[in-house]
Every structure is written in structure tokens, then in C-alpha cells.
Design a protein around this ligand. Structure first.
Ligand code: HEC
Ligand code: HEC
Length: 603
């Protein structure tokens, strides 16, 4: 420093340069030169690095919200996607850029092979390039596991199963990969550590090494050949290409993000469910290879095919020395590339035409949509699976399908051929009740139950009873309707959504009077009735209410519904009790679901 000390900003910068030497550093950067002119293939390699940097930044943003625990991971990703401002975009960008990155890496490797970058003395630089590709795939795979959703979880299950097929070492290897007997918390912790720590560190190290060793190889090559390739400055020609490519990558990732409104999130990982597992798209060729073989061959194929390919790529510097005899050395790589693209296409097409897959997939999609909607009300600390098991809509349907649809029909569950119990659509509503009163023994009512023939129609004379009973008084349509309105009102709950429409008080009163007068000969109403102690006709107070339905499911053989003797041996086809089999919560959930879907209110 000489002369007058500078003042103001200039003085500050001069001081900073004196202490740090940043100007010289800046000059060194500006002086960076590249071999030959600016090229797009170099830009492709640099775009890979730049995209990785962007991924690290987006990844850091995600890390600020993500929780790597099997009970919290899904909820934290849900929070990120649906609550945190801008979270959906950060996650979407990170997700879609990772797909673009895989394409870039493969394209870059393809170009590199085309340009024979592996030729001596750049063998080591070539291996580092291959290792970098493998690490990028590793990042994509471990990243896919982190949301701990069905799609990531089941893809990992497939991979662990493959690791488990290794002869002799299989079980040990599988345990090692998942960190225990099953794919759980330890596995997730490992994936997380790999994804945010180990792999990025290795990737940075390999990238730096690759740049250094490649430059050294270039110098060496020049020295050997004696040729002088022109050195062109990195700025601005090459920098412009690198920048343009990066912007293109980001634009594609952003467009995909906006199109998909973020990144996909399937339902929370559930080991007890079935899910149409598929690996990442770039592993689909392997998935196809796996399908070609079975038994011990399966492992040989799945491990052998990539091993041969990787071995071939590693050995390329020797296989292809560039002399005319080995000119075809690159053909197998091109062929494998082509076959892989075809395999991916065929796999996707095959799935799209596979009915079982499409059904399973749309079931899984529906569950994902439901889970995402439910989680918006908050996820309990026990995690999203517990949340789903407490949801009347999801859990109720699951329970009904498993326990009730064998006898009953409701909505699209159950079927006419097997049904031996009343169809529950509309159960407890006026029309359903009027139908029972008119024809209790219709097939879709009690015709196939043990009770058939026990309740007379209110308006159709019964020939057998007519002979010795009192003269038949058919009920008027108005009375029938009033009775049905009254009984339907017994099932109304103030908490129903939508709210029950107000019932005509006069009709209700008239209906109640009719029940007391005409029905309690057999039925109970508020604990009174059943004049001849037959103990077969159910209690009608609270009929169709949540409490009534719950009581019926827990145990129909109580005075709350079908009376104490309903499960006696003579009533063989009677509805079974579930209080021994299902938890009180499950009974509540299936009752809510059944009643809700029967009456058209939310469960
Ligand atoms: C083995 C066949 C069978 C199974 C399984 C069964 N039910 Fe029933 N259910 C019946 C029969 C028969 C009736 C008629 C009344 C009775 O027997 O209690 C009935 C009656 C009912 C009723 C009263 C309305 C009506 O139509 O009479 C409801 C509500 C009901 N079942 C719900 C369920 C639910 C929910 C499940 C599953 C948890 C279930 N049922 C399982 C046979 C079955
Ligand atoms: C002769 C005896 C008898 C009389 C009288 C009788 N019921 Fe019933 N009711 C039954 C029996 C038994 C059942 C069980 C299912 C069946 O047999 O249809 C039943 C079932 C019902 C059900 C369906 C319960 C369920 O599980 O969903 C309704 C609703 C009903 N009765 C309404 C009435 C009304 C309203 C009256 C009066 C107008 C009436 N019943 C009169 C015997 C009777």
C-alpha cells in the first residue's frame, strides 16, 4: 500500500484485500482456462456439479423441518408439503431435480464414453466419474426412503429382499442393510445419515479429486503428444454454457414441481399393508431382469447383470485402447443403454395394462389422498399409522370389509350372492323402515335371516295368521309413514354432518303412539313391551342411533337391541357379537362407518 490512504468503501475494500488477498483470488478464478474451446459436453459435467450444489441448498431447507423418525418422518414431510410456507416448492424442486440429475449423469457418462475420456492416462479420473454416478443413484434411492411413505418403504423392502437372496451371506446382508430384523427406525436413521452426510461428503471429495486428476491427465496427455491445444478462458464462453444448462435444469425441475404441485407423498409406510411395490424408474431394467429368472437364478441375474456391466465400464480403458481392432468395445455399452430405455418403457406400459396393478395402485392412491386430508387436522404423537387406525372413514371401511361384508351389503361392499343379512344402505331411514314394515321378509331385509316369518307386514294380510288371529287391520299409508318418521328420528344424532333435517313433530308424536299401540306386542320400546315374552323382536328406542348400532355390533344379545337370547343356539344365523374380537375403539369406528354410510352422514 502506498500513497494517501483511501477513504470510504474503497478504503474498506483495500483493507479487506490487504488482510485476505481476495483480489488475487478473484483474479485466479477469472484466469481459469479450459482445454480447447468452450463445449457443451463440458457444460453437461459442470451442470451435474451445479445441480448437486442446488440440491444441497434445497436439502438444507428440508432438513430444517424433516424429522428422521418412523413416527414423525411422514408427518414432517406432510407439514413441509401442506403447511410450511414455500415448503412444497423446496421439496418439489429437490425431488424433481433429483430425477433430472439422474438423467444428466447418465447423459454425461454417455457423452464421456463417446469421447473416450477414459483413455490413458485418465483411467483414475474415469473411475471417479463412475463412482460419482453411483453416488448420485445412492442419493436418489436413500432420499426416496426418507418420507417413510408406502412408495419409498416398499421399494426398500424389495431391495432388502434382493440383498437377502445373496447365497450364504443373504440374511446377514439383509440385517446389515436394514439395521435389524425388519425395516424400521434403524434403517431410516441409516438412510438419513447416508443421504445427508456420508454420500454428499463422498460426492464432494470425489468431485474435487476428479477435477484435479482430470486436469493433471490432460496436462500429461499434452506433454506426451506434444500437441498444443489452445487454452481458452473459462469466462465467459464456457461459464455462459454452464449457466444456461443449469438454468434449463432448474426450469425443468420447477415446471415439474408446479405441474405436480410439489412432490408426491403416498400413504404412511405400513408393513402390514399390501402395496404394489416398484423400485425407482432407473432401476426398472433390473426389475425386469429379475422377473426373467426365478429361484437361485434370480439373485444371480439381479446381482450378476449389474456386476458385469460395472466391471465392463471399469475395465473400459483396457478393453478399448482405441486401436481399430477394439473399435467395437463401446458397442455393448450402447446396446445396454438402449435396452435399458426399452425396458423402462416396457415396464411402465406393462403396469399400465396390468389390471391388478392398476386396481392396487388406485386403492393406494385413494389411501394417500385420505391420509393427507386427515393429517391436515394434525397427526397424533404416536404417528400417522395410529392416526389412520383411529379414522372412522378408513378404519371403519377396512373393518366392515373384513367382518361385516360377508353377511351384509353396504355401498360397494358385500354382494347379493353371499348376503344372508339385511342390506344396510338406508338402514334406519324412513324408506328402509317403511320397507321393513311393508315386507320384513324381503331378501334385502330379513328374508334370509333366522327371523324370517316372525314379523308380519303392517299392510299385507298374512294368510296363515288370518285364520285364527283377530281380523287384520291394514295400517294406512299415513300411519306407516308417521311410524317410520318417528323411528328414523330415534336414530338422529345432533352431531350428524349434515345435520338431520327437522322432523314434523306431529308426525313423530303420531308415530310414537302407533309404536306403543301396535308394535310393542312383540318389540320393546324403552324397556316395555313384548307382551307374550317371545324375546325376539328388538328394542326400538334409540333405533339407528350410534349407541344402538354400537350395542348391536358389540353384542346383539342384550336388551339394548336384539334381546338377551338372540345368540342362543336356535338362532343360528343371527348376527355374531364382536366385543370379544374387536377393541371398543374398533367397534366405535365400524359403527360410525356403518351408520354414517347407511344414513348418508359423515362417520
Ligand atoms: C354372520 C352374518 C353377519 C355378520 C358377519 C354381521 N352381521 Fe349384522 N346382522 C346380521 C343379521 C342376521 C342381522 C339381523 C338381526 C340380527 O340377527 O341381529 C344383522 C343386523 C345388523 C344391524 C341392524 C340392522 C339390521 O339390518 O337388522 C346392523 C346395524 C348390523 N347388523 C351391522 C353389522 C356390522 C357393522 C357388522 C360387522 C361388524 C355385522 N353386522 C356383521 C348378520 C351379520
Ligand atoms: C309379531 C311380532 C312383531 C310385531 C307386531 C312387529 N314386529 Fe318389528 N320385528 C319383529 C321381529 C321378530 C324383528 C326381527 C327381524 C324380522 O323378523 O324381520 C323385527 C324387526 C323390525 C325392524 C328392524 C330392526 C332391525 O334390526 O333393523 C323394524 C324397524 C321393525 N321391526 C319395526 C316394527 C314396527 C314399526 C312395528 C309396528 C308397526 C313392528 N315392527 C311390529 C317382530 C315384530
Amino acid at each position: 500500500m502506498s500513497g494517501e490512504p483511501k477513504r470510504g468503501a474503497a478504503g474498506l475494500l483495500a483493507w479487506l484485500d490487504d488482510r485476505t488477498g481476495y483480489r488475487a483470488f478473484h483474479q485466479r478464478i477469472a484466469d481459469i482456462s479450459v482445454d480447447g474451446g468452450a463445449t457443451w459436453s463440458r457444460a453437461l459435467g459442470n451442470a451435474v456439479i451445479a445441480t448437486l450444489l442446488v440440491q444441497s441448498l434445497a436439502g438444507l431447507a428440508l432438513m430444517a423441518v424433516y424429522a428422521p423418525s418412523t413416527t414423525a418422518a411422514w408427518s414432517s414431510v406432510h407439514y413441509l408439503s401442506y403447511t410450511q410456507a414455500g415448503g412444497w416448492f423446496a421439496r418439489g424442486l429437490h425431488h424433481w431435480a433429483s430425477h433430472v440429475l439422474v438423467v444428466l449423469v447418465v447423459a454425461h457418462l454417455g457423452l464421456a464414453i463417446g469421447r473416450r475420456v477414459y483413455a490413458a492416462p485418465a483411467e483414475v479420473a474415469w473411475w471417479l466419474l463412475l463412482a460419482r454416478g453411483a453416488l448420485v443413484l445412492g442419493l436418489a434411492i436413500t432420499g426416496h426412503a426418507l418420507p417413510w411413505d408406502q412408495s419409498g418403504y416398499w421399494a426398500r423392502r424389495v431391495e432388502v429382499a434382493i440383498a437377502g437372496m445373496t447365497p450364504a451371506l443373504g440374511p446377514t446382508l439383509a440385517r446389515w442393510v436394514q439395521g435389524g430384523a425388519s425395516l424400521g427406525q434403524l434403517a431410516l436413521t441409516r438412510f438419513y445419515a447416508l443421504h445427508v452426510g456420508v454420500l454428499p461428503l463422498l460426492l464432494s471429495a470425489f468431485t474435487v479429486l476428479h477435477i484435479g486428476i482430470e486436469r493433471r491427465a490432460a496436462v500429461k496427455r499434452r506433454d506426451v503428444s506434444g500437441a498444443t491445444t489452445a487454452q481458452t478462458p473459462y469466462f465467459p464462453a464456457q461459464a455462459a454454457r454452464d449457466g444456461a444448462l443449469l438454468v434449463l435444469v432448474l426450469l425443468i425441475a420447477a415446471a415439474l414441481t408446479v405441474h405436480a404441485r410439489g412432490a408426491p407423498l403416498s400413504a404412511p409406510a405400513d408393513a402390514a399393508s399390501d402395496y404394489p411395490a416398484r423400485p425407482e424408474w432407473f432401476l426398472l431394467p433390473l426389475f425386469m431382469v429379475r422377473k426373467l429368472a426365478s429361484g437361485p437364478w434370480e439373485f444371480l441375474f439381479v446381482a450378476g447383470v449389474p456386476a458385469i456391466l460395472v466391471g465392463y465400464l471399469l475395465a473400459l480403458p483396457w478393453i478399448d485402447k482405441g486401436v481399430s481392432a477394439t473399435r467395437g468395445a463401446r458397442a455393448p455399452v450402447a446396446l445396454v443403454g438402449l435396452l435399458s430405455v426399452i425396458a423402462i418403457g416396457v415396464s411402465l406400459r406393462r403396469d399400465a395394462h396390468d389390471k391388478a396393478f392398476v386396481t392396487a395402485q388406485s386403492k393406494a392412491d385413494a389411501r394417500a389422498v385420505a391420509a393427507i386430508a386427515i393429517a391436515k387436522q394434525g397427526v397424533p404423537p404416536e404417528g400417522p399409522l395410529v392416526m389412520l387406525r383411529r379414522d372412522a372413514e378408513l378404519r371403519g371401511e377396512e373393518l366392515f370389509a373384513k367382518h361385516c361384508a360377508t353377511c351384509h351389503i353396504l355401498g360397494n361392499l358385500g354382494n347379493e350372492k353371499d348376503a344372508i343379512a339385511p342390506t344396510l344402505d338406508g338402514f334406519g331411514l324412513e324408506a328402509w323402515i317403511e320397507a321393513v314394515m311393508h315386507d320384513p321378509d324381503a331378501n334385502e331385509r330379513f328374508g334370509k335371516t333366522a327371523f324370517t316369518g316372525l314379523m308380519p307386514s303392517v299392510d299385507v294380510p298374512n294368510v296363515e295368521l288370518a285364520a285364527d288371529g283377530p281380523p287384520f287391520r291394514p295400517m294406512t299409508l299415513e300411519d306407516r309413514h308417521a311410524t317410520a318418521v318417528f323411528l328414523a328420528s330415534e336414530g338422529d344424532e345432533a352431531t350428524d354432518v349434515p345435520k338431520p333435517s327437522p322432523r314434523d313433530a306431529a308426525l313423530v308424536a303420531k308415530g310414537e303412539a302407533t309404536v306403543r299401540e301396535r308394535c310393542t306386542t312383540c318389540h320393546m320400546y324403552k324397556g316395555q313391551g313384548d307382551d307374550s315374552n317371545q324375546e325376539v323382536a328388538p328394542e326400538l328406542s334409540g333405533y339407528g342411533s350410534l349407541a344402538w348400532v354400537k350395542a348391536q355390533i358389540a353384542n346383539p344379545a342384550t336388551k339394548a337391541t336384539y334381546r338377551e337370547h338372540a345368540l342362543d343356539a336356535e338362532w343360528k344365523k343371527h348376527m355374531p357379537r364382536y366385543d370379544h374380537e374387536l377393541s371398543p375403539l374398533d367397534i366405535e369406528l365400524v359403527a360410525r362407518w356403518t351408520r354414517g354410510h347407511a344414513r348418508g352422514v359423515s362417520p
